[in-house]
Ligand binder design. Structure first.
Ligand SMILES: [Zn+2]
Length: 308
């Protein structure tokens, strides 16, 4: 009996015509795959410094603005009344526009000023359906707020709204983030959330499940914009990466940096925890761009590679 595990060797010196044809096809297909892999690798390199484009509510639109050599200076752009990040990649200028979760699908306008001339550029926001998430919170005081808690939460929301819109011009904004902690992506961005079956604002960040006390790293270099202890977000750090790109780290057990401090990419800035409104220890990580909360995963090349 033929042993199915034993490799069968071809005894014939001349190849069977069918095998020969098959190997030729395989060889050609191999070349094709190789060429495709090269093209793919180069296209990947060409956009190495740009985040993943996703023109949907909660995503980012990447809009080419023309060649770097043709323009006198960096183009200035605005989405609504917010200035927008502009970056150069392979001799081309790009506007990287943060799209809020409540953006209406359809045509939108970016205002662009190049060489003293202001013009409008139209771009399209496509619809996206985010899934639902139902969460049961034992601590009812974090769902049905007392008047005092409600007043505190409202004050904090106003402060956070201002921080989100912060703008600091910078030449060195890094658009390729690292995940601040390694762990399961437990709560994705954009989920329609229900707390004890009551609808709440969509999930405007990424939850990474990690044990309490795990070091949390800055996703890129920047300046600490603010640190505070909020009703919902708990102990929180804001890092400003320049040009309207800001990251926020929530529910921390401990904060190890101060406002105004410069941090480097990968530098531990605090420890994860479950302060504020959290069902368990995890890191809630948000990314803000021109005042919009956008999907953090679009900025993490390591996640794209893992999910591909
Ligand atoms: Zn979260």
């Amino acid at each position: 009996m033929l042993n199915p595990l034993k490799p069968v060797s071809l005894q014939k010196k001349t190849m069977h015509p069918l095998i020969a044809t098959t190997s030729r096809i395989c060889f050609r297909f191999g070349l094709f795959v190789l060429a495709f892999a090269f093209a793919f690798a180069f296209s990947g390199l060409a956009h190495a410094s740009l985040p993943q484009s996703s023109s949907v509510p909660g995503g980012i639109a990447i809009i080419p603005l023309g060649s770097v050599s043709a323009s006198a200076g960096t183009p200035q752009t605005w989405f609504g009344d917010q200035p927008v990040l502009v970056t150069a990649d392979h001799e081309l200028w790009y506007a990287v526009v943060g799209l809020p979760l409540d953006a209406t699908p359809g045509s939108h306008e970016l205002r662009v000023k190049i060489g003293g001339v202001t013009k409008a550029l139209d771009f399209v926001v496509n619809p996206k359906d985010y899934p639902e998430q139902h969460i049961t919170l034992e601590d009812k005081s974090k769902v049905q707020l007392s008047a005092a808690d409600l007043a505190r939460a409202d004050r904090e929301i106003a402060v956070i709204k201002e921080l989100k819109r912060h703008w600091r011009a910078a030449q060195d904004t890094d658009l390729a983030f690292i995940l601040p902690v390694e762990g399961e992506l437990a709560g994705r961005f954009g989920l329609h959330r229900f707390f004890n079956e009551e609808p709440r604002a969509p999930h405007a960040g990424l939850d990474v499940a990690v044990a309490r006390g795990t070091p949390v790293k800055a996703s890129a270099h920047g300046q600490v914009l603010a640190v505070d202890d909020y009703f919902f977000n708990g102990k929180t750090i804001f890092v400003d990466h320049g040009n309207g790109l800001i990251t926020m780290y929530c529910h921390l057990d401990r904060i190890d940096v101060k406002a105004g401090e410069t941090v480097s990419k990968g530098q531990p800035i605090g420890l994860s925890g479950k302060t504020g409104r959290a069902t368990g220890p995890h890191l809630h990580w948000s990314v803000m761009l021109n005042g919009a909360m956008v999907d953090p995963e679009l900025f993490v090349p390591a996640i794209h590679q893992r999910l591909r």
